[in-house]
Design a binder for this molecule. Structure first.
Ligand code: ADP
Length: 652
């Protein structure tokens, strides 16, 4: 029971750990998915930038090739214009071609038909400084060279970002051709539909200023990739800017998937936790009821036993173990119940396997078991079929009640009953005696009075005869009187029973019977040995009755030693008194006779039981009744060398 709160805490800890780990795992997953999304977006931007930059480079290379052809060889002015116009039609990024002489003065210029007139707002002269520098460089190196980019407004209000490419003429006159590129057109031509769908593509300057842009959308400024497009003498920076912003948690499909999965998982965990909670509560209830059942079974005084159909023991409660003296493991391991009496094992087995076991389930069946120490004892078994949850019989369940205690009580009560009957019979004898004395008293009294009347009459008679008659008659009177007294004493004895209890010295009791005992002992040459402490303890007793008890016991003892079995020198009757404790005084009458035979001992205290022809068989039963009426107890011990009767009386 004490471990239950600890178990509860452990469960809470485990669950918190699980939920914590799940939360961390889910968080990590979401983070990784977002990261992955970001990386993917960045990658796409990189790919777009590279692709567009490559395309722009190639496109520029192709333009350069075409331009080189235009520069190469001698042409007439008209021829040049025709070739230039042809070139401008073919390459849309080129917006104008100029021929300049060595002094950089404009010789001829052809403009692409698809753009509005250039240099209408600002004259070309003002913007040709960069081109002039590029041409100086180109002439020095002998290779074409680009100028920096510049902006020129158009008449329509819009403007174009342009770049000049100066190609020195092959003729040694120092003239050159200047091709003006539109960055926007260059970009447009390089951007594929694929790249433009998701990205804003632009040429930017070092400070970030946008020179030209293409693509359908505006970039969000989060995922950017830049590539340098190296032109001759100048570099352009190409930037791809993804229109995707940072991945939002919800609109993003994979993130949304992960999040909803996480939520589902959490809900599942919550449901699981609730289920586990319910289970734990049910478990607790089950544990409680099991503990209650076990406590109940353990505290039962009735022995419980379960058997399988083949007779194997499958369960016993502690009470059953106590009853038979074997422990549960021994009982369950044994192939045959060890408490079956060996001589009846076959009969028991027959009954078990014959299926007649449960027949007396309600009334119980009495049988005999053997304890581990070999003691046999009666039990009553109540047996019922053991049926499992699907209604199939799996064995037998029985309750066993030990009857030995009950038997003992029955025996004691039977003895008490017997004694009660004996007392009743004694009482009847008493009543009879009382009646006898009553009936006899009258005629005895009459005898006495007639006798004395005769005596009076004889006064007139004479001499010797008269004297003899007188003597005889006086004897009649004497005897009648004595008979009357005897009967009266019987009457008194029966009537008095409990009235006259007094404190009397134990020695006084013994002394009172001693003359009579001595008289009887003389016949058989028995010596009397009295042992009593000084001063003698005093007891609370009805003198006459206790004296009668002492007389009976001493008489029995003397009679036991009268036979030849006891040699003369051993014929000693010992009468002893001692105080057991402050409340009880013990009297002992011990003889050296042959002892009491077992069959005699069984019926020793039964009224009218005697082994003597002249005996009445009332002595001992009367003694026990008298002592028990006094609250004491009479007992004896016997051996071949003598018998000892011991009784106790309450101390005064
Ligand atoms: P009774 O003396 O009239 O026979 P008791 O009740 O006094 O009746 O005794 C019953 C029987 O018990 C006697 O007949 C005798 O066999 C036996 N008995 C009693 N006391 C002794 C004794 N001290 N030693 C041997 N046997 C005895």
């Amino acid at each position: 029971m004490g471990s239950r709160p600890r178990r509860g805490w452990r469960r809470v800890l485990l669950w918190s750990l699980l939920i914590g780990l799940l939360a961390v795992a889910q968080g990590l997953l979401i983070f990784l998915v977002v990261e992955y999304e970001a990386a993917r977006m960045q990658e796409r931007a990189d790919v777009a930038a590279s692709a567009v930059a490559d395309e722009a480079r190639q496109s520029m290379a192709r333009s350069l090739q075409a331009l080189q052809l235009l520069v190469w060889g001698e042409r007439s002015a008209a021829q040049w214009r025709g070739d230039a116009a042809e070139l401008l039609r073919g390459r849309r990024e080129l917006v104008r071609l100029e021929r300049r002489d060595a002094a950089f003065a404009l010789v001829d210029a052809v403009q692409a038909p698809h753009v509005a007139t250039l240099f209408a707002a600002i004259p070309r002269g003002e913007q040709s400084l960069d081109a002039q520098t590029a041409c100086a460089g180109a002439r020095r190196s002998g290779t074409p060279e680009f100028s920096r980019s510049y902006y020129t407004p158009l008449a329509s209000g819009a403007g174009l970002e342009l770049m000049d490419l100066c190609l020195p003429q092959s003729a040694p006159d120092g003239s050159s051709v200047i091709a003006i590129f539109s960055l926007a057109a260059l970009l447009d031509a390089a951007v594929s539909a694929d790249a433009s769908r998701d990205h804003e593509l632009s040429f930017v300057e070092g400070d970030g200023a946008r020179l030209a842009r293409a693509g359908a959308v505006r970039g969000a400024g989060i995922y950017r990739a830049e590539r340098v497009v190296d032109l001759l003498g100048a570099n352009l920076m190409l930037r791809a800017d993804s229109r995707q912003g940072r991945p939002d948690l919800i609109p993003n499909v994979s993130v949304a998937l992960v999040v909803s999965l996480s939520i589902a998982l959490m809900v599942l965990v919550a449901l699981l936790a609730r289920d586990v909670g319910r289970r734990a509560a049910a478990e607790e209830r089950l544990a409680d009821s099991l503990a209650f059942r076990k406590a109940m079974e353990d505290s039962l005084v009735t022995g419980l036993r379960a058997r399988a159909l083949d007779g194997r023991i499958t369960y016993v409660n502690p009470s059953f173990c106590r009853m038979v003296g074997f422990d549960a493991a021994e009982l369950m391991a044994a192939p045959m119940p060890p408490y079956w009496p060996p001589e009846r094992a076959d009969e028991y087995k027959q009954r078990l396997l014959g299926g007649t076991v449960g027949a007396e389930s309600l009334t119980g069946r009495e049988t005999v078991f053997v304890r581990k120490n070999g003691e046999r004892f009666p039990v009553v078994i109540y047996e019922a079929p053991l049926v499992n949850s699907v209604g199939k019989q799996t064995g037998w369940m029985s309750a066993a009640v030990d009857l030995s205690e009950q038997r003992h009580i029955e025996e004691v009560s039977r003895q008490q009953q017997e004694r009660l009957q004996a007392t009743a019979r004694l009482a009847t004898v008493g009543e009879m005696a009382s009646l006898l004395s009553h009936e006899l008293n009258q005629p005895l009294a009459a005898i006495a009075s007639y006798a004395s009347g005769s005596l009076n009459l004889l006064d007139d008679a004479d001499g010797n005869e008269r004297e003899m008659l007188k003597q005889a008659l006086s004897r009649i009177a004497e005897q009648a009187d004595r008979a009357g007294r005897t009967i009266k004493s019987v009457h008194d004895f029966v009537r008095r029973r409990e009235q006259a209890r007094e404190a009397v010295s134990a020695c006084a009791l013994i002394d009172a019977v001693l003359p009579l005992v001595r008289l009887q002992a003389r016949k058989s040459g028995t010596r009397i040995d009295v042992q009593a402490p000084e001063p003698a303890p005093r007891v609370l007793a009805d003198r006459t009755m206790v004296e009668q008890v002492l007389l009976n016991l001493t008489r029995n003892g003397i009679q036991a030693m009268e036979s030849d079995a006891t040699s003369l020198d051993r014929r000693v009757l010992r009468i002893a008194v001692r105080a057991v404790n402050a409340q009880w005084i013990e009297f002992t009458v011990a003889d050296a006779g042959p002892g009491i035979a077992p069959d005699v001992a069984q019926r020793l205290f039964t009224p009218f039981f005697t082994t003597r022809s002249e005996g009445m068989g009332l002595g001992l039963s009367l003694c026990r009744t008298v002592i028990e009426q006094h609250g004491g107890a009479l007992d004896y011990s016997t051996a071949a060398t003598g018998t000892r009767f011991v009784f106790t009386l309450r101390a005064a």
